[in-house]
Design a protein around this ligand. Structure first.
Ligand SMILES: Nc1ncnc2c1ncn2[C@@H]1O[C@H](COP(=O)(O)OP(=O)(O)OP(=O)(O)O)[C@@H](O)[C@H]1O
Length: 255
């Protein structure tokens, strides 16, 4: 068997008369960074929404670690180890930074924790574990000193890092990031670049990325998949994509 972590085949999504995603295919291997690029409105976020269970695809298959995901709701898919961020940051804004990380883990492991409530020492041990993991990730994304601040008061770049930490505390195998560099300044983008590569190298997660920042995409991707008008246009290494005439015409040539 290959080491495909995620296999997406023939994925289509129709909104009334609009075929937003048209028989898309992509694969992500273990410890790979794969970027999805394409012009505005090409269907990238819709592909993400179908893979992560936020939408139920009109047709097609999403296979993660050999198991079919395409009929499961998003929270079940997340429990299989595929988690995502959103283009518009979705934190619990009135909660503290730490609370955001604790609740993410509670939501992920809800059933186990409920079972744990009948066993007090086991439950406490589990709670300690969640707190330790939250502290670890706050440190990793440089937010430990802000642990008790309401997340609404963080800067935009800090909120983006907290979103990534919130995914990582659930110990995913595949992290899906929807435009993580949007709104970041160049220094924050460079930090994000470093963080994503560290997640892959040190934590062994695979990353599926939607991003318009071509410098970031070309610098960190193992594979790039280009979407145009909902359909697969090309895929390959950054060099292959940079030199692909169809891609230059449809996308890179615009810039
Ligand atoms: N819930 C929805 N209902 C109807 N149409 C939708 C819905 N979501 C997306 N679309 C349409 O599907 C098409 C693809 O949109 P999508 O957001 O996936 O593109 P995108 O490549 O992510 O764009 P961007 O780079 O601007 O974020 C667009 O024409 C959009 O208007």
């Amino acid at each position: 068997m290959s080491n495909n972590l995620l296999v997406v085949r023939d994925l289509s999504m129709r909104f009334g008369g609009l075929l937003a995603v048209d028989q898309m295919a992509l694969t992500v291997d273990e410890r790979q960074i794969v970027s999805l690029i394409g012009p505005n409105g090409a269907g990238k976020t819709t592909v993400f929404n179908c893979i992560s269970g936020f939408y139920r695809p009109t047709s097609g298959e999403v296979i993660f670690q050999g198991k079919a995901m395409h009929r499961l709701p998003d929270y079940k898919i997340a429990r299989h180890g595929m988690v995502r961020t959103f283009q518009n940051i979705r934190l619990f804004r009135e909660m503290t930074v730490l609370e955001n990380l604790l609740i993410a883990q509670h939501m992920q492991a809800e059933r186990n924790l409920l079972k744990g409530m009948f066993n007090t020492s086991g439950y406490r041990k589990k709670e300690d574990e969640l707190a330790d993991r939250a502290a670890y990730w706050l440190e990793r994304v440089g937010l430990l000193e802000h642990a008790n601040r309401e997340s609404a008061y963080l800067s935009y770049g800090q909120q983006r890092r907290l979103e990534i930490a919130r995914c990582m505390v659930t110990q995913p195998r595949l992290l899906m990031l929807d435009e993580p560099a949007a709104g970041l300044n160049p220094r924050e983008t460079a930090e994000l670049d470093e963080l994503i590569v560290e997640l892959k190298d040190q934590q062994g997660v695979a990353v599926l990325l939607i991003e318009h920042d071509m410098k970031l995409v070309m610098g960190i991707s193992d594979q790039i998949v280009v979407v145009n008008q909902g359909a697969h246009l090309a895929s390959g290494t950054p060099d292959e994509i940079r030199n692909n005439p169809d891609v230059i015409k449809a996308y890179l040539g615009e810039e």
